[in-house]
Design a binder for this molecule. Structure first.
Ligand code: ZN
Ligand code: ZN
Length: 346
């Protein structure tokens, strides 16, 4: 297995390496101790990471060395399957293929996802911290969201709050007002927020631990009207039903169906145009996914979002998103801010 900088390397070694044109790679082979090949100028950073404490070798390579020759020398029998991380640059994959013509290249993901999807107590706490940080941001959204401001203005303030509340990095800020709420991945625009607009606010960042937050709440600037309130109430019920369907042994598909069927009974299922959720950890989107026809069996310590929504083209939309841990006793929603429609009166 050859793993280059990214969340898999961070997960396996604790080394949060920057992807550079000079290759850094963790090499794991059945008949040798794991080792890293690292550009010589990165050695001290690599050794300062938790990998440095393992006693395994960090093999520096200089400007005139061939890092692939180092791997070949250390693992002369490299001719079976070579598993590479999902995010490896295509350039590297093609070079590996050329350097090791006997090897067949495949993705490491099926193996790594099996490990990464079951969180350790340390990871669960890191995700709870991330959720608490984004909750503190949602608690402050009403201070900056008002009629007359543009989505971009509001998003700028929210980005600052994401950092102020403990994240190291802002990953995304969606402020989707009025008809823009009907586009699930609308980010921001110069649209001026109007009185009576529902506003979907979906935000997330990465904590210093490397773990991610992701939480959606829907706000309304003034009264959105009775039709919207009714749809929102149905969505809230759907989100609760999917959350309640989470248990050790539940099937991903059934968790999705619990909410989708609720929306169906309110004639809203046709407007719920995406899967119910995604796993979260060092990546915002990772295994397990929660969706239609997904046979994944959910187990204790898996963590994923439950985020149904409705999107009515040209009119409005809504989404409610919590990150949920599957515990031995059922679901634990780690986002605690109210899921009610938050009406902002200024
Ligand atoms: Zn999400
Ligand atoms: Zn989200």
């Amino acid at each position: 297995m050859i793993i280059t900088p990214g969340s898999d390397l961070l997960y396996l070694t604790g080394y949060n390496a920057i992807p550079l044109e000079r290759i850094t790679a963790l090499v794991i082979a059945p008949d040798a101790a794991p080792f890293m090949v690292v550009p010589r100028l990165e050695i001290s950073t690599a050794l300062a990471s938790p990998f440095g404490d393992t006693g395994w070798d960090v093999h520096g390579w200089g400007e005139n060395d061939d890092p692939y020759a180092i791997i070949r020398e250390r693992i002369p029998s490299l001719n079976g399957a070579v598993l590479v991380d999902n995010h490896m640059w295509a350039e590297r994959v093609l070079t590996i293929q050329k350097e090791f013509p006997q090897a067949s290249i495949a993705l490491a993901a099926p193996i790594l996802a099996e490990i990464r999807m079951r969180k350790t107590p340390y990871e669960l706490d890191a995700l709870r911290d991330a959720a608490a940080a984004i909750d503190r941001v949602h608690a402050r959204v009403a201070q900056v969201l008002r009629a007359g401001r543009t989505e971009a203005d509001v998003a700028r303030d929210i980005s600052e709050m994401i950092i102020a509340e403990g994240h190291q990095k802002v990953d995304f800020v969606i402020v989707a007002s009025g008809p823009n709420g009907a586009s699930p991945h609308h980010e921001v625009s110069d649209r001026v927020i109007q009185l009576g607009d529902p506003v979907v606010v979906d935000i997330g960042g990465t904590m210093p631990s490397g773990y991610c937050s992701d939480c959606t709440r829907t706000y309304s600037v003034g009264d959105p009207g009775s039709a919207y309130r009714e749809r929102y109430a149905a969505l809230q019920l759907a989100q609760e039903k999917s959350t309640r369907a989470v248990s050790n042994g539940a099937i991903s598909h059934d968790i999705d169906a619990a909410g989708r069927n609720e929306l169906e009974s309110h004639d809203l299922a046709q407007y719920f145009i995406h899967r119910t959720g995604h796993g979260i950890g060092l990546d915002t989107h990772e295994e397990p996914y929660i969706g239609i026809d997904n046979p994944t069996v959910i187990e204790e310590n898996m963590v994923f979002s439950i985020e149904p929504g409705f999107y009515i083209d040209g009119v409005h939309g809504a989404r409610i998103e919590d990150i949920v841990i599957c515990t031995a006793n059922g679901p634990e929603s780690i986002n605690k801010q109210t899921r009610d429609l938050v009406i902002i009166e200024h």
